[in-house]
Design a binder for this molecule. Structure first.
Ligand SMILES: [Zn+2]
Length: 300
């Protein structure tokens, strides 16, 4: 990509922006530069002799077209300078977690990595990844750092939420992020056999499964599934306020209790995982994901 920098009279800015639109260039940035007529940096007035620097990043062919157009009579008479320079692109991450790296990591370090990853996700700073390379490198074997049990919800993109790449995390998904024999078996495989150091059960805001359990929805096989969320509804009996699915605070309480039930079930129903946790080989934590801003809240 090329960055084209244009320094021109401030009064010409509008014409230059029109030209950018004309050739289909988007996302320019304009900053005033101190010109002959400027009163200083604090001056809000634009005088005819003030200058402005306009920058836009384009593919090389488009940059060429823009520079040519700026040489037309009209612009040539007014534009002081126009030049292009190379844009350094951030390198893409192509590394995948190795067996040695996985073995070296402690459960607390993995948890910290996932918290840091969520911070990057929330602030729009996710790692640029070369997925093709990661697919190729991860094919011979996997050494994931964690297993995340999530709801089915399409608005909870697990790898993205933690800014993790291919081969970094086992993901178990079921509506209502509940634990059953199959998921326990999967977690035992993830930790005991494949070396994952963290089990993270993640509930979320506005969960349809939680709503269904509160509303006592009956529908085919869903009825059986929702029955497994009832213990969380029962645990939320002491909620002070309107106990309906229309109350977001109550929904949140049940969702969090549902995560607590899942974490407790892992400990009581899987002696293997319980022992690993007691020995400090793994950590089991619960969290609540806020759809509205991508934030993760850890649950005691
Ligand atoms: Zn859900």
């Amino acid at each position: 990509m090329k960055r084209v920098s244009i320094i021109c009279e401030a009064t010409l800015e509008e014409r230059v922006v029109e030209l950018l639109h004309e050739i289909g260039a988007q996302g320019h940035m304009a900053v005033p530069v101190r010109g002959i007529g400027n009163q200083g940096e604090g001056s809000a007035e634009i005088s005819e002799t003030d200058q402005v620097q306009i920058e836009v990043v384009l593919d090389p062919a488009m940059a060429e077209i823009l520079l040519q157009r700026l040489q037309s009579d009209f612009f040539a008479a007014h534009v002081m300078t126009a030049y292009e320079s190379d844009v350094q692109e951030e390198p893409e991450e192509s590394h995948v977690t190795t067996e040695e790296e996985q073995a070296r990591l402690t459960p607390d370090e993995v948890l910290q990595q996932f918290k840091d990853g969520n911070r990057r996700f929330r602030s729009g700073q996710v790692t640029r990844r070369n997925h093709r390379e990661q697919v190729r490198k991860s094919a011979p074997g996997q050494y994931p750092k964690a297993v995340v049990l999530s709801c089915l919800d399409s608005r909870v993109p697990v790898e993205d939420v933690f800014d993790q790449g291919i081969g970094d995390v086992f993901v178990g998904r079921v509506a209502g992020n509940l634990v059953n024999e199959d998921l326990l078996g999967s977690m035992e495989f993830a930790c005991k056999v494949a070396g994952a150091k963290l089990i993270l059960v993640m509930g979320h805001q506005h969960c349809g499964a939680i709503r269904g359990a509160i509303d006592d929805v009956k529908l085919g096989n869903l009825t059986t599934l929702l029955a497994k969320i009832k213990p969380a509804v029962a645990l939320s009996e002491d909620f002070d306020g309107e106990k309906t699915s229309a109350n977001p605070l109550y929904m949140r309480r049940v969702a969090k209790n549902n995560v607590r039930v899942a974490v407790a079930t892992i400990r009581t129903q899987s002696p293997i995982l319980k022992e690993m946790e007691d020995l400090g080989q793994i950590k089991i934590v619960g969290a609540f994901y806020r759809l509205t801003d991508g934030t993760l809240e850890f649950i005691d």
